[in-house]
Design a protein around this ligand. Structure first.
Ligand code: ZN
Length: 304
């Protein structure tokens, strides 16, 4: 009898310590891309004793990251906005609290491709159908009088794209940075368009948090988003420092980092209603969703 009371007390103690730990740590998923710099920088700038402690969880593909997010294995992530919108649409409790960046995508093509029309009949890679890369591709083709039916779209993990281009398996790709910069730096591809030429203030990655986490750890969620916001503001004026701070996660050459950052903006990470409404219109027109979540359903602007 005594033994079982003792065991129960120990169990209670260890559960309490687990719960205490949970309130102090926030698990944030990311892909090693320069689009995730605010999350990576926030983690790098945290100091001993800061709460919540940001624990970064690395993923190799958007599908793996999305699965972890949707099953609650991580508390939040820097993720493609369309992918998170789709999760929200099927009932996953995610809230977008800030942008990962604005602009910052390029359409990369093989040296022999000189216009969008040259892509007709060729293979073109995007990381996932639910992405701004697919929306940008739609626009590029539409402007040239073509549609996605005129090319062969393949979904590849971002790090596989430069090799697929150099080995002529694909004629071009559009994906999160630094993979566009990698192709340019290596001399295997060139920029056909920058996203800013195609879509003003385009959205791409967002910071999402699990709705339950926000409800159960509101103070920690708020403090994490505050650290994220400060990190975003820090990046533009401290690019050299940020390169060193995130070197371990990104593992890229400085020339690739510098080129990549020429295309990306981090100065305004608030999710404005007009920009979100523009995104939902594009998502609907491209056939990615019939009922994308409304601003009220999906965005939590009060945390930023
Ligand atoms: Zn992005």
């Amino acid at each position: 009898m005594k033994k079982s009371i003792w065991a129960a007390a120990l169990l209670t103690l260890s559960l309490a310590s687990c719960q205490e730990n949970e309130t102090e740590t926030i698990k944030i998923g990311y892909l090693p891309i320069t689009h995730a710099l605010p999350a990576l920088t926030a983690a790098a700038l945290q100091e001993e004793g800061d709460s919540p402690r940001i624990e970064l969880v690395k993923f190799g593909s958007w599908t793996d990251l999305s699965d972890a997010l949707n099953t609650g294995r991580i508390d939040g992530a820097s993720v493609l906005v369309e992918l998170a919108m789709k999760s929200r649409e099927i009932g996953i409790g995610l809230k977008a609290v800030a942008l990962g960046h604005t602009d910052g995508n390029v359409v990369i093509v093989a040296p022999g491709i000189n216009s969008a029309s040259d892509l007709r009949g060729k293979s073109f890679a995007i990381p996932h159908r639910q992405s701004s890369h697919y929306l940008l591709l739609n626009q590029v083709l539409g402007d040239a009088g073509l549609s996605v039916d005129d090319i062969n779209i393949v979904e590849l993990a971002p790090p596989d794209m430069p090799y697929a281009l150099s080995s002529e398996q694909i004629a071009g790709y559009c994906v999160a940075e630094p993979f566009g910069a990698k192709a340019v730096d290596a001399g295997i591809g060139k920029v056909l368009f920058e996203s800013a030429e195609l879509w003003d203030h385009s959205l791409c990655c967002v910071l999402v948090l699990n709705e339950k986490y926000i409800e159960q750890h509101h103070k920690a969620a708020h403090e994490f988003v505050e650290a994220y916001k400060e990190a975003g503001e820090y990046i533009d004026s401290h690019r050299e420092e940020v390169f060193e701070l995130t070197r371990e996660q990104l593992n890229i050459d400085k020339t690739v980092y510098d080129l990549s950052l020429r295309w990306i903006s981090f100065d305004d990470l608030a999710i404005g209603r007009a920009y979100y409404d523009d995104l939902t219109r594009r998502v609907s027109e491209a056939g990615l969703s019939d009922t994308p979540p409304t601003y009220e359903e999906f965005i939590a602007p009060d945390l930023y």
